[in-house]
Each structure stands twice: as structure tokens, then as C-alpha cells.
Design a protein around this ligand. Structure first.
Ligand code: PMP
Length: 469
């Protein structure tokens, strides 16, 4: 990453111009680009170098795609090997040695019970396309249309995926309570809150007058990411498995963000031992390039040829980069590493919460971590409720992080949760640097005057400068 002086100077000059042209030419719907006005020109591991000559520690990791950080040597080598081999780069869904190797490596990582009978459908390259495929699959297999989905869910931006996400309303989707420890809808949190959420789900399905027709499937994230980093308790996951299995409802685990070691196990369902009927996989499985698949038990494979199609289902470079990433994570036990390092980081962040009343909650699993910013001055004392979220403060923390060379994402219902998704290759020293910068940024933001939280701010933030997914 050594950069010679003249190049740095030239790039610094380019920085402003590129950002200015971007704001003039690109869509009003652009997202990350608004809150992170940087121009990446080089990257390696955790570090991005901007055209301004500055270096940033990247804890956004391409929205969780970069399990091994930027430009990891095993990923680059796998890509080069395909390029040098003369293999075709685009082959629709034809068989190739590269694809064969990817599928073998992926199946080796799956929960045994699923792998033994698994089928794989290669989808269009985005996570949302694989979600659509999963919905079509279970609707075809069951002959039903309704879906069970959860408050706070995020599954993507295409019509079906949006319908099952928390922000949308769709008559074919029944919304169920996802356990929320900090802001528990039942006011109790913990295991008890999760159990009440499960009972509500069970009750809706068994009450003949609940208004919920027999569904085609249930879709859930084992840890809600965009919803604000909410790990589902393992007992609740097992309850969802029992509830769905005993009623012949296929269970779809959306592991687009939680997969490939991120939460401390290779797949997040492994924490609870739940074996879903369908898994939706994307982001890190492509080793930084676009790739999305569903894997499912073969009993569901009743759909017809072309039931879910798409031109770009054969990205050979992504499959090679993905296979190399999966193998590297597996061989180097990076999921275990994420569990240990993530637990340590969470512990340190709890110290930050103890120091700053504006840090309302710290939560996560593995290297999927969230820090919720709140407005303690608006706490309704005696109500037992936590203070309201403070999206304005969260935005200031994000900017203070950037000033200190740390890239973080905001998420959650009100964009008030600072999210950390560092690569699984994060070293102890890098983890210390990340937390030092974050602690410094929180302290600076807590001191600085900022517009107070108001309930609408989250919605406005999301519509304009809020997180993209
Ligand atoms: N599911 C989950 C759990 C996600 O986090 C995301 C993206 N953040 C998606 C689906 C959609 O993936 P994509 O943006 O690639 O369409």
C-alpha cells in the first residue's frame, strides 16, 4: 500500500472532483455514498486508502461481504487462476469445473442433515434474488401463498423480498414478533420475552379464527442485521423449528448476512442446532464478488425448469473467489476466531456503555456487533422502557468515526445503531484500534451539541441518508 508522493497529490486533487461529480450525476437514492464521502482507490485487509490519501479501517466490509477483508491473497489467487486458465467467464447455469468445486466446498460446510439431501439453485447475483427464489420454491412445494415473516426483518429490495421485510405491508405476509431483548414488545426481554413471542406465533397458527391462512413458509434471520443487530435466542430458534416442522411449514433461514463465520459459527443456525428446510446465501459466499444461491432439502424440489431463472447465474470469478473464501474460513477456523474476538469486543463495548449513558445497548454475536445510541435525557423514568433511540447522535458518531479513519455503518429501525462488521481476519491489534477510535468518537459526539432525537428523524434518515442494505 506504499504510495508515492506525486500520486498521492494527484489523487487528493481528484478526490473532491470525483465526489462533486458523483453528487451531480448519481441518483438521489444513493445511500452509503452520502454518509461516507470517501473515494476508495486501494484496499487490503481491513484498510481502505482513499483518493484523499487517508487510510480508513473498514468495519462495513462491503455490507458484510468481505469475510477475509479486501483483496485477500487467497481470493486474488483464485480469481487469477480462472482468468489465466482461459475458462469462460459467463456460462449461464451450465456446469463447469469451477462451479463444481464451489458446490462441493459449499456443501462441505452445510449442516450435515441438510447437506445429505441438499439441492442448490444458483440465482441472480444479489441476495434479494435468492430470497425471491426461496419464496417461489416453498410456494410451489406447498401450493400455498402466505408467508410468515418478522418485525424488523430485512430480506432485500425486490417485490417479494420487500414484502417479507419489516418496512412493508403485504396481505400475503403475516407479521410475527421477533424477540427484542432491549425493546421487548412484552416489556420483559430475555428468554421470557422470546418465549412470549413464540407463544404468540403458535397461537396465531392454531387459532382457526386468527385470520392467518396456512402459510407456504416462514422466513427468518438468525441474527437480524439491518433491523439493528438482534441475535435470536437459541431456544427461540428451536421453538420456531418445532412450530414449523410440526405444521409442515418450510423454514427458510436467511443467512445472507450471518453466513460464512460471521456470527461465530460457520452458519448462524448452528448456534441453535436448527436445520432449516431452505438456506438463503449470498454476500460472503462470493468472496467479495456477486453470488447468491439457495440450498434446500430435496423434498422441496418440485418446481419446474425455469421456475426461477436469470441471465447472471454463472459468475465463474465469484464462484472461484467464493470457494477459496469458504475453504479459507473453514481451514483456519475463522468462525471460532470471530466468536472469541467478538465476545471480547462486546465486553469492551459494555465498558463504553457504562461510561456513556447515551450508549443504551451493546449487542451482537461473533463479529456482527451493534451499539444503540439513545437519548437518556428523554428517558421516561419509572416506565421501565429504555430511553428513546437517538438517530441524530448516531449520525454524529458515524461522522466522528470517519474523521478518525474508521468506517462504520448505521442500522436499526431508527438508524440509531452503529454497526461493526469487520473482516474475520481482524487481528487483536486492529480490534483495539477500532474500539479506541469508536470510543473516542462516542465521547466526542456525546460532548458535541446535536439536534435532539425526534421520532420522525429515523424515518427521514432512512429515506435520505440512511443505511443501504
Ligand atoms: N437478506 C439479508 C439478511 C440481508 O442482510 C440482505 C442485504 N443486506 C439481503 C437479504 C439482500 O441482499 P442484497 O442487497 O444482495 O440484495
Amino acid at each position: 500500500m506504499a504510495v508515492t508522493e506525486p500520486a498521492t497529490t494527484a489523487l487528493s486533487g481528484a478526490h473532491e472532483g470525483i465526489l462533486r461529480r458523483q453528487s451531480l450525476r448519481e441518483s438521489a437514492a444513493r445511500t452509503y455514498a452520502r454518509s461516507l464521502p470517501i473515494v476508495p482507490v486501494r484496499a487490503r485487509g481491513l484498510t481502505i486508502e482513499g483518493a484523499d490519501g487517508r487510510r480508513y479501517l473498514d468495519c462495513l466490509s462491503g455490507a458484510g461481504t468481505l469475510a477475509l477483508g479486501h483483496n485477500h491473497p487467497v481470493v486474488l489467487e483464485a480469481i487469477r487462476k480462472v482468468l489465466d486458465s482461459g475458462a469462460p467467464l459467463q456460462v449461464l447455469d451450465l456446469a463447469t469445473p469451477v462451479k463444481d468445486a464451489f458446490t462441493t466446498e459449499l456443501f462441505a460446510t452445510l449442516p450435515r442433515q441438510l447437506a445429505d439431501t441438499a439441492r442448490i439453485q444458483f440465482c441472480g447475483p444479489a441476495g434479494t434474488d435468492a430470497v425471491e427464489a426461496a419464496l417461489t420454491l416453498v410456494r410451489t412445494a406447498t401450493g400455498r401463498t402466505g408467508m410468515l415473516a418478522f418485525t424488523g426483518a430485512y430480506h432485500g429490495m425486490t417485490a417479494g423480498a420487500l414484502a417479507v421485510s419489516g418496512g412493508a405491508r403485504d396481505v400475503r405476509v403475516t407479521r410475527l414478533p421477533y424477540p427484542h431483548n432491549y425493546r421487548c414488545p412484552y416489556g420483559v426481554g430475555g428468554e421470557r420475552g422470546a418465549e412470549l413471542a413464540a407463544r404468540w406465533t403458535e397461537n396465531l397458527l392454531d387459532d382457526p379464527k386468527s385470520g392467518v391462512p396456512a402459510p407456504a413458509g416462514m422466513i427468518l434471520e438468525p441474527v437480524q442485521g439491518e433491523g439493528g443487530v438482534h441475535p435470536a435466542p437459541d431456544a427461540w430458534m428451536r421453538r420456531m423449528r418445532e412450530i414449523t416442522a410440526s405444521r409442515s411449514i418450510p423454514l427458510i433461514a436467511d443467512e445472507v448476512q450471518t453466513g460464512v463465520g460471521r456470527t461465530g459459527t460457520f452458519w448462524a443456525v448452528e448456534h441453535s442446532g436448527v436445520v432449516p428446510d431452505v438456506m438463503v446465501l449470498s454476500k460472503a459466499i462470493g468472496g467479495s464478488l456477486p453470488l447468491a444461491v439457495i440450498v434446500y432439502r430435496d423434498g422441496l424440489d418440485t418446481w419446474k425448469p425455469g421456475a426461477h431463472a436469470g441471465t447472471f447465474r454463472g459468475n465463474q470469478l465469484a464462484m472461484a473467489a467464493g470457494a477459496a473464501t469458504l475453504a479459507h474460513v473453514r481451514e483456519n477456523r475463522l468462525a471460532d476466531r470471530a466468536a472469541v474476538l467478538g465476545a471480547r469486543m462486546l465486553g469492551q463495548l459494555q465498558g463504553l456503555a457504562a461510561e456513556h449513558p447515551c450508549v443504551g445497548d451493546v449487542r451482537g454475536r461473533g463479529l456482527m456487533i451493534g451499539v444503540e445510541l439513545v437519548d437518556p435525557e428523554r428517558e421516561d423514568l419509572g416506565s421501565g422502557d429504555p430511553p428513546p433511540p437517538d438517530p441524530a447522535l448516531a449520525a454524529v458518531v458515524q461522522q466522528e468515526c470517519l474523521r478518525r479513519g474508521l468506517i462504520v455503518e448505521l442500522g436499526g429501525r431508527h438508524s440509531s445503531v452503529v454497526r461493526l462488521l469487520p473482516p474475520l481476519t481482524l487481528t487483536d491489534e486492529q480490534a483495539v484500534a477500532v474500539l479506541d477510535r469508536l470510543a473516542d468518537a462516542v465521547a466526542a459526539a456525546a460532548r458535541a451539541p446535536h439536534p435532539r432525537a425526534d421520532p420522525e428523524a429515523g424515518a427521514r434518515h432512512r429515506a435520505g441518508t440512511g443505511p443501504a442494505h
